[in-house]
Design a protein around this ligand. Structure first.
Ligand code: DQA
Length: 162
């Protein structure tokens, strides 16, 4: 077994920095730092590095992912999964979809999270490009969806490293 740093990235798209203040009846009262803190603690327990980004800018998310992909293919770490909530970019961004295809081609599991059940919301939210390549889409569970995705990545990793 390799002793390279095991790493998980969580990618959050536009307006998710406003969680807690943003339509709390819909998106819940937890803030993004609170959600990330929990994920960090759970990852630490498993000796997995947890790294997150939130941006309101498509290109910043793309550049971040390119950077992390380059690190991965140059063997700098052991990337074990991505958790993505691209928020409104889920429904609009072929550019981010193309970026995620880089990871998909290497069989890195991609878990798509939405706090709300996008299949039961406005028609314009019902299509997500990411869903075409996600290992699983977890939606409608609020902030708990991120934890569920994290546990799925842990078990995928454990199953595949036996
Ligand atoms: C969201 C759903 C999207 O339609 C919306 O644009 C968001 C959040 C969710 O987590 O439920 O910003 O991705």
């Amino acid at each position: 077994m390799t002793d390279k740093t095991k790493i998980i990235y969580v990618i959050n798209g536009p307006n998710l920095n406003m969680l807690g203040m943003r339509e709390p009846k819909l998106y819940g009262s937890e803030t993004l730092p609170e959600i990330n803190d929990k994920l960090l603690t759970l990852s630490k327990d498993k000796q997995i590095t947890f790294c997150h980004i939130q941006s309101n800018h498509e290109g910043i998310l793309i550049d971040f992912l390119h950077d992390k992909y380059t690190q991965y293919i140059s063997n700098q770490n052991q990337l074990i999964g991505l958790i993505v909530n691209l928020a409104a970019y889920s429904h609009t961004s072929i550019a981010l979809f193309d970026t995620l295809l880089l990871f998909k081609q290497k069989d890195i599991p991609i878990y798509e999270v939405h706090l709300t059940d996008i299949s039961a919301r406005e028609t314009f939210r019902q299509n997500s490009f990411v869903s075409n390549i996600a290992s699983e889409v977890i939606m409608g569970l609020g902030a708990a969806g991120y934890e569920k995705a994290l546990f799925k990545i842990f078990s995928f990793f454990d199953d595949n490293s036996k």
